[in-house]
Design a protein around this ligand. Structure first.
Ligand SMILES: Nc1ncnc2c1ncn2[C@@H]1O[C@H](COP(=O)(O)OP(=O)(O)OP(=O)(O)O)[C@@H](O)[C@H]1O
Ligand SMILES: [Mg+2]
Length: 258
């Protein structure tokens, strides 16, 4: 459903992505790993059609996202839910307004209907609607903000795929496991596939069987956990270096489960 073909991308002539190709099938989930600044968030921006590559193609749902009229582009974008790196909630709107924003602005749904859908989706992401609908984002913990952002993405689009940019960064272990459980729930209960950018190896392993490592704007690795562990590429080894011990432990535990 999503494919990058030989994508080259530069910001103001500064090359960021170099010959990036990979394909994510319907209902498949992949994790993108890589050092800070390697181009991970840029890849998500390209998939959303917020940027276009100078060379190559970004195919979403069999269409080149950069060569569509605005209406078709909007239709295709509706199939993609995005949770940005910082949650990106509107500071001055309360939780209900944040989550119901799209329905309020872009549909004819009545206020009662919007309220009911907002409450339902907040329940789905594991939050108590009565306690938080009137609250401003700044009054919520990081983990709650992240779940509100996921709820908003779910109500703004009818996603077949969700893109998450570092959904657990800065969260404590409890909040992290709640957000991970929610991503898994969307994968299993709603068959919503995902592309998750993360720095956390343990998160990566709990969310996907397939891992893509981006180093300096290029795909340095694309494969399974076992292949990742055994990958001889020095770029991959040097990225995994600092996590080596926790990585080996995660791999060991993962293989014990089978
Ligand atoms: N709007 C922009 N204009 C110019 N350069 C940008 C812009 N956004 C990102 N860059 C540059 O593109 C490169 C890749 O950025 P990107 O945000 O994709 O990295 P990342 O892998 O997501 O990093 P992190 O793990 O820190 O989030 C960086 O060098 C960054 O400085
Ligand atoms: Mg990023």
């Amino acid at each position: 459903m999503i494919e990058l073909r030989g994508v080259h991308f530069a910001y103001n002539e500064r090359p960021i992505l170099r010959n990036v190709s990979f394909r994510v099938e319907d209902s498949e989930s992949v994790v993108i790993l890589g050092p800070s600044g390697s181009g991970k968030s840029t890849i998500l921006r390209l998939i959303l059609g917020l940027e276009c590559p100078q060379e190559g193609e970004v195919i979403v749902d069999h269409r080149d996202i950069c060569h569509l009229d605005i209406r078709t582009k909007r239709q295709i974008r509706k199939k993609i839910g995005m949770v940005f790196q910082d949650g990106a909630l509107f500071d001055s709107l309360n939780v209900a307004e944040n989550v119901g924003y799209y329905l309020l602005e872009h549909t004819n749904a009545s206020l009662e209907e919007i309220d009911a859908r907002v409450r339902e989706i907040l329940g789905f992401v594991g939050l108590k609607p009565d306690e938080i609908v009137d609250v401003l984002p700044e009054q919520l913990s990081g983990g709650m903000q992240r779940r509100v952002a996921i709820a908003r993405a779910l109500l703004s689009t009818d996603p077949q795929i969700m893109l998450y940019d570092e959904p657990t960064t800065g969260l404590d272990p409890q909040a992290t496991s709640k957000v991970l459980a929610l991503i898994q729930k969307l994968q299993s209960e709603r068959s919503i596939s995902s592309i998750v950018v993360t720095h956390q190896i343990a998160d990566a392993v709990s969310l996907s069987r397939r891992f893509i490592v981006i180093v300096d704007g290029a795909v340095a690795f694309d494969g399974s956990l076992r292949e990742l562990r055994d990958c001889p590429d020095p770029r991959v080894q040097s990225f995994l270096g600092p996590f080596k011990e926790s990585f080996d432990e995660v791999v060991r535990q993962e293989f014990m489960r089978y």
